[in-house]
Design a protein around this ligand. Structure first.
Ligand code: HT7
Ligand code: ZN
Length: 888
């Protein structure tokens, strides 16, 4: 396979102005008639027309109504000697029922769906399948009326009617030009929840959420989320809904979370369907942000799209930022907003930081790829969102809103670049630090790797000053040996070490005194910041709110961290102080050569601090739950040069056991105080209380395991049986399973029986077992057994993820086995999946990204497993790219 390089970008040789598609839908043989108006791009040297295709059967090609000569070059259809403007008609067929890749046109539960991003449209018809070719689409769908009563495509329904032999048709016209990746159709037996909504200008819009009959009672939350999204984008950024009708359709077979096709979003059922009996608080929250995310793409992605796929973060980073802001703005108070920020940062640090340090590291705007589907990554999405967030920090919230307005005014209807975006934000804020430092700021787009800030502070008693020295560096990444300094907005506060109170801040040479957080903009490799007017050495609270996606090294003493944990008015750094203390304990225990399993990992100061958090009268339950959650095994492993995953697992388990027993009385109290949340609503306050009660139950069952107590496991089983919502039920089940209690088996059986017809709940059932804490290597045999269960299917991505990914990517303590059986299992599944669905296989292939950090014998065994996959003939481009990069 060949690499596509950003520097080779060239404008298309032809433009496509209009596309008129007619589909005769049939699962075994769908006929597609594609009539297009094309014209040469006068700015490009004359060349043949090369149309992309993939697994199509070509029947006919007409140019201006006449049979035309053409040739095939690989999968491309090439036509020479074309006039400057012409009509091209192409007739093809494809086989949706055999489409297990779920790209292009496919069938899921007797319903037709499409997925065209990034390069799926070429599996429907021959086309210039690239995002800078934007056309107006008219689509006619024809199908059996009995089998496919609902026929949907982008835009407005302009005609519909009956056809002979029990067939019918629907004709859709999209009033906006769009790239091919935003095309969509759906045809099947579906029902819709509908709601009309009035925009600020008084215009009415119809919102619809389509699902299979029987799932309608699970669409209320998705609809509410959609309404909130429409209102929020108008209120925060002045971006209105531009369509008469906006549709969401759910499918249970989908490679990703959802897809923002213009006016016809297609969603994984996981991000649509929810009622209190089947969905957890986390599901409700995910639905809100994914519905928001796809809706916000209507502007950031659809109205203004990407020039090429290297610019993917232009739409994805910006849209993640927008959905994060949306979810925060829906929060009632600052504490709930901070909880959301901490959750987002946790994702970044546990998934994106490892990616940025591994073989798949790439800049937010990559320079090359073999398969673009492999670049729908946490770097493009989450780090991309952090880059947008830093822009907002540098220009201020109001300045950022001005920048967004300018961006959409300037580029509406265009396919543009990350440079265009940054330029618009800077141009709208000419006096900002962003405008002053723009070329350097854009290194965030071009340089991969997580920058490290090494900071240390010196107090000068004579001058009553405190100087913070900060040195930034960034490790080499594949293809980028050296890095230039980044622009880093660093939010800082100072606390009084004795009282924990926030201190006023005065920078040397400035007369202003700041109260609260101050943003310092770093741009050089090393810098010094001096604060004056200080009577004693302060405790610095650095990187408040996680103001930049960097790793901060500061040699805090335990006492300083305890001060921050108890007092920092910045909730992010308050949480971070607890994480640093926990991480420090874990790393010390991992390094302690002769420690036994019985050696305590956590000291009394840490346990007392955690007890104080749990008993704190002002702190919210959701925040307490985050503070009491130990750093994950993956995060701990990232801090080590050489990782023994079993040691990491044992140490973290020992820490959990210690928290369970040392705080036993508090957990009891916490459970009693929080378990009754009244009538179910998925709001942040009551879901925070459910989360904390669930955590308490978990620790109580864990403590019972050590003490032999049967009361709490019994109570937990009862709670499982009586629960009035899925969050409480699942938390109770999880407590029994993760403590390895004997009652877990009957609870699991009962859970399966109760929800046997609810696919998304059965996914949870699989996932909980495959992700459970390993005890003596018991999880791999269980996973193999689960794969033989009649409910298991490798073809359904949600199900495959619930078992195989939960084990290989979500359960390091069970996956990394000294006998290499986990890796053998992984390689077999990657190869097996690759033949069915390369995108899903390539994602699974990434489970061993960090193999080179592993201690022996894991390292050699992991390498061997990757090599085994790489050696497989006929591997997809997707999986090939991942495994060859891993071995490079
Ligand atoms: N923009 C969407 C990307 C997507 C996708 C990409 C590759 C293969 C399948 C896919 N399904 C959806 C999702 C989003 O970011 O909104
Ligand atoms: Zn997106």
């Amino acid at each position: 396979p060949i690499a596509i390089r950003r520097e080779d970008y060239a404008a298309p040789a032809f433009w496509i102005d209009t596309v008129d598609l007619t589909f005769d839908l049939d699962p075994a043989k769908t006929r597609v008639l594609n009539r297009m108006q094309l014209r040469r791009n006068p700015e490009v040297p004359a060349q043949p027309l090369r149309l992309d295709g993939d697994e199509l059967n070509l029947a006919r090609v007409l140019v201006n109504g006449q049979g035309a000569s053409f040739r095939m070059e690989g999968e491309q259809l090439v036509i020479d000697g074309l006039p400057d403007a012409f009509e091209l008609e192409i007739f093809t067929t494809c086989c949706p029922i055999k489409n297990t890749k779920l790209m292009g046109l496919f069938v899921s539960e007797d319903t037709f769906f499409t997925q065209c991003e990034a390069e799926g449209f070429r599996r429907i018809t021959y086309f210039l399948d690239r995002p800078d070719v934007m056309a107006m689409y008219t689509v006619t769908l024809r199908a059996s009326k009995a089998a496919y009563p609902v026929l949907l495509s982008n835009g407005n329904l302009v005609d519909q009617g009956e056809l002979p032999e029990g067939r019918h048709f629907a004709k859709w016209v999209d009033p906006f030009k769009k790239p091919s990746y935003l095309f969509a159709l759906v045809a099947g037996k579906l029902v819709a929840r509908e709601q009309r909504i009035k925009a600020r200008n008084g215009k009415e819009h119809l919102l619809q959420v389509y699902v299979r009959a029987g799932d309608l009672d699970k669409t209320e939350h998705a609809m509410n989320s959609l309404v909130n999204s429409v209102l929020w984008d108008e209120a925060r950024f002045g971006l209105p809904l531009d369509l008469d009708r906006f549709m969401i359709v759910a499918t249970s077979d989908f490679n990703m979370g959802a897809m923002e096709n213009k006016g016809l979003n297609i969603f994984n059922t996981k991000y649509v369907l929810a009622n209190q009996a089947t969905a957890t608080d986390a599901d409700y929250s995910n639905i809100e942000s994914v519905v928001g995310h796809e809706y916000f793409h209507n502007w950031s992605g659809d109205r203004v799209t990407c020039r090429d796929w290297f610019q993917l973060s232009l739409k994805e980073g910006l849209t993640v930022f927008r959905d994060q802001e949306f979810s925060q703005d829906l929060c009632a108070d600052a504490s709930a907003r901070a909880v959301k920020r901490i959750e987002d940062v946790r994702v970044l640090r546990t998934a994106q930081f490892p990616e940025d340090a591994g073989p798949m590291a790439h800049p937010v705007r990559p320079d090359s790829y073999i398969e673009i589907s492999n670049f729908y990554t946490v770097t493009i999405y989450e780090k991309g969102a952090e880059v947008v967030r830093m822009m907002q920090t540098l220009v201020g919230r109001a300045g950022f809103e001005k920048g967004i307005t300018l961006y959409f005014e300037r580029h509406d209807g265009q396919a543009v670049t990350c440079d265009d975006f940054a330029q618009a934000i800077a141009d709208a804020n000419p006096d900002s630090e962003l405008a002053r430092l723009l070329p350097q700021f854009k290194r965030w787009y071009s340089q991969a790797g997580t920058p490290r800030l090494a900071a240390h502070g010196v107090y000068d008693a004579q001058n009553r000053s405190y100087t913070l020295s900060v040195v930034q560096s960034c490790p080499p990444t594949p293809g980028q040996q050296t890095k230039e300094p980044f622009v880093i907005p660093l939010n800082i506060g100072l606390l009084d070490a004795a009282t924990g109170r926030e201190l006023p801040m005065q920078l040397e040479g400035e007369s202003d005194v700041a109260h609260g957080t101050r943003t310092i903009v770093l741009s050089r490799a090393g810098e010094q910041i001096t604060f004056t007017g200080l009577d004693a050495e302060p405790v610095p609270s650095i990187l408040r709110g996680f103001s930049a996606p960097v790793i901060l090294d500061f040699a805090y003493t335990d006492a300083q961290l305890l001060t921050l944990l108890a007092n920092d008015p910045d909730p992010f750094n308050r949480w971070e102080a607890g994480q640093r203390l926990g991480l420090r304990a874990a790393l010390q225990a991992i390094a302690a050569a002769n420690a036994t399993d019985a050696t305590p990992v956590l000291n009394d100061a840490y346990l007392d601090a955690m007890r104080s958090v749990l008993r704190h009268p002002q702190l919210d339950a959701a925040f307490k739950e985050l503070v009491l959650t130990l750093p994950s095994e993956t995060y701990i492993a990232e801090q080590l040069d050489v990782v023994d995953p079993q040691r990491v697992h044992l140490v973290r388990e020992a820490m959990r056991a210690q928290l369970a027993t040392a705080l036993f009385a508090d957990w009891e109290q916490v459970y009693e105080a929080n378990h009754d949340t009244g009538a179910y609503t998925p709001d942040p306050t009551s879901s925070g209380r459910r989360a904390l009660a669930g955590m308490a139950l978990n620790f109580l069952c864990l403590a019972a395991r050590a003490s032999g107590d049967t009361v709490w496991p019994g109570k937990t089983l009862q709670r499982f049986k009586d629960a009035g919502n899925m969050t409480d039920r699942f938390n109770a089940l999880n407590a029994l399973v993760s403590s390895g209690h004997t009652l877990a088996a009957q609870a699991l059986a009962r859970f399966h029986a109760m929800f046997k017809d609810e696919a998304l709940v059965i996914d949870k059932w699989f996932s909980l077992q495959a992700g459970a804490s390993d005890r003596g290597g018991d999880i791999l045999p269980l996973v193999k057994q689960l794969m033989k269960h009649s409910d298991f299917s490798l073809k359904n991505p949600n199900r495959a993820r619930s078992v195989i990914f939960s084990y290989c990517s979500g359960n390091p303590g069970a996956f990394h086995r000294a006998d290499a059986a986990g890796y053998v299992f992984w390689s077999e599944r990657v190869i097996e999946l690759d033949a069915i669905n390369p995108q899903v296989a390539a994602r699974l292939a990434r489970a061993l990204d960090r193999w080179s950090k592993l201690a022996e014998p894991y390292r050699s065994a992991a390498r061997e497993a990757i090599a085994r996959v790489a050696a497989k003939p006929d591997l997809s481009k997707d999986t090939h790219e991942v495994v060859t990069r891993a071995l490079a």
